[in-house]
Design a protein. Structure first.
Ligand code: FAD
Length: 320
């Protein structure tokens, strides 16, 4: 039976939703035993949700550090040691900003094959499919050697409830005393709203939004929809939105249920970050905009008319 570890991202006992999708991905191995590796102190608080979403066992990793997340190389060493201790065949994490950094460090310590941005995993054949060249192609890769270290594209596997009798094991990890990197301060981004990489619905604005002040119309629509606000790089470079909102090749990768692109032309670099959205809606006033070739629904019109009208219509629907 394969033992599959899942790197759990949690804060203060709250597990990130994208992490639950990684648990669901791990459960795709019918023979697999799923170990949730939790490098944070609130294992008890996370137990209910991890058990509910398919963890067979929680490994609560302890180190002498009160907050291990401040020491990336210590955290990676502790996780690599846990993989070794529990003889895991694979470690799955989320290919978000934190996961990419940590998984690469773990693979380097473990001398293991690493694949990020995975779209699919076939456990029996030992192959994974991943996005390539900004999403223009996909590649199927065979993994030689173990453990496999895999970063899954956020929201590619919708989380599924699959309750298990799940125990918690405490693991005191031996870690290096040398801390080569220390995170001194983490500042909350100025974006305010929900994280785009976690969101189920995103409404994004492009260059055509015209100013930071105009992003207000997207925020109003987002609050009615329960959505996060995203942005194209052109909007971010122009200072209309913070980089935390940027979707695309050099921004965040998202896979929401619904992506509404307003005043975004549909460059290949933007698509690289959102092409796996289940439904794409484009609002654009140019009938020849490339995004109309790639969306599910296109609204030809001025975003300054369409978006407020959408907000009003949705608000009315909710009020009924
Ligand atoms: P534009 O291309 O200028 O499009 C604006 C659109 O708004 C047009 O289609 C126009 O018809 C429409 N419009 C104008 N007025 C209105 C109106 N009133 N109502 C409705 N529609 C209107 N881009 C990203 O987004 N994310 C990335 O991560 C990213 N990474 C990159 C990495 C590299 C290496 C490079 C070279 C580029 C990258 N880019 C990225 C930039 C990308 O190539 C595009 O330049 C960018 O996506 C364009 O942003 P946009 O669609 O907002 O602007």
């Amino acid at each position: 039976m394969a033992r599959i570890g899942v790197l759990i991202e949690a804060r203060g006992g709250e597990v990130k939703k994208t992490t639950l999708g990684a648990l669901t991905a791990a459960r795709r191995d019918p023979e697999g035993e799923v170990y949730a590796l939790l490098p944070e102190p609130n294992a008890e608080a996370c137990h209910g949700v991890l058990r509910q979403y398919g963890a067979d066992r929680i490994v609560a990793i302890r180190t002498p550090e009160a907050d291990i997340s401040l020491f990336p190389d210590v955290q990676a060493a502790a996780l690599a040691a846990a993989i070794d201790r529990f003889q895991l065949d694979a470690l799955l994490g989320v290919s978000g900003q934190a996961g990419r950094d940590l998984l690469a460090r773990i693979a380097s310590i473990a001398g293991a094959p690493l694949v990020l941005d995975c779209l699919d995993i076939d456990f029996p054949s030992g192959t994974v499919r991943k996005s390539h060249f900004s999403g223009k192609t996909t590649a199927t890769l065979r993994l030689n050697g173990r453990p496999w270290i895999l970063g899954i594209r956020p929201n590619i596997f919708p989380e599924k409830i699959d309750p298990r009798p799940c125990d918690i094991v405490l693991y005191e990890a031996p870690v290096p005393t040398l801390k080569r990197l220390v995170i001194r301060e983490v500042k909350q981004g100025s974006s305010g709203g929900p994280d785009v990489s976690e969101a189920e619905i995103i409404i994004s604005g492009g260059r055509a939004v015209g100013s930071a002040e105009n992003f207000r119309i997207l925020k109003e629509c987002a609050s009615v929809l329960g959505a996060a606000v995203g942005a194209s790089r052109a909007a971010v470079d122009a200072g209309f939105a913070s980089h935390a909102l940027q979707v695309g090749q050099t921004g965040k990768t998202v896979s929401p249920r619904l992506y509404i692109a307003c005043g975004i032309s549909g460059s290949v670099q933007h698509f690289a970050g959102m092409k796996t959205a289940k439904v794409i809606v484009a609002v654009n006033n140019d009938p020849d905009a490339p995004i109309f070739q790639k969306c599910d629904y296109g609204l030809l019109g001025d975003l300054f008319e369409v978006v407020p009208a959408l907000t009003r219509a949705l608000g009315l629907t909710q009020a009924k």
